[in-house]
Design a protein around this ligand. Structure first.
Ligand code: PNS
Length: 161
């Protein structure tokens, strides 16, 4: 049987327990998940691509069938280069829906072979985003339990607390 591979794209600046929840759910459906970080010169990320890759690898080191990679350019071209046709994305509250719907339709317009699949994060992580984690950490908030331990450590180093 042919291996079913999904690409889980994003900024992952940094990876949170919400992302981990989507990966865990995805692994129940797909044989392999490629976590792909967009190299986006327009955004000013807190962590370098190398730091983000390291944190993802460390957070998921016990999980089989995970690849961590980066890409630039169009997502659909990257997915095709990886010889697959599935984009995996996470959905939290309704507020994610409009943006994700727009992206999925645009991606379908660009390549009709590629399917977007959405999985809901665990309800525990509904309110969590990389942005809100960074905001809280910047002001020294306790973010333990919301992100993997390596991310907690790196955020504390970045913001000196
Ligand atoms: O975690 P994010 O920031 O919501 O992820 C968005 C991401 C990186 C998946 C998306 O912006 C992306 O893949 N951009 C690359 C360019 C692209 O293909 N855009 C969509 C069609 S124009």
């Amino acid at each position: 049987m042919c291996e079913k591979v999904a690409v889980y794209p994003g900024t992952f600046d940094p990876i949170t327990n919400g992302h981990i929840s989507v990966v865990n759910r995805g692994l129940k459906i797909f044989d392999k998940i490629i976590i792909a970080i967009l190299i986006n010169p327009q955004k000013r990320p807190l962590f370098s691509v190398e730091e983000r890759i390291m944190m993802i690898k460390e957070s998921l080191k016990d999980k089989p069938n995970i690849e961590v990679d980066s890409y630039d350019g169009l997502l659909v071209d990257y997915v095709a280069r990886k010889n697959t046709n599935v984009i995996l994305k996470g959905l939290r509250a309704m507020s994610d829906f409009e943006y994700e719907f727009q992206m999925a339709l645009m991606n379908r317009k660009l390549n009709r072979e590629i399917q977007s699949v959405f999985l809901m994060t665990d309800y525990k992580w509904f309110y969590i985003s990389s942005t809100i984690i960074k905001e809280a950490a910047r002001f020294g908030a306790d973010i333990e339990g919301l992100v993997p331990p390596i991310v907690c450590k790196k955020l504390k180093e970045k913001f000196n607390y």
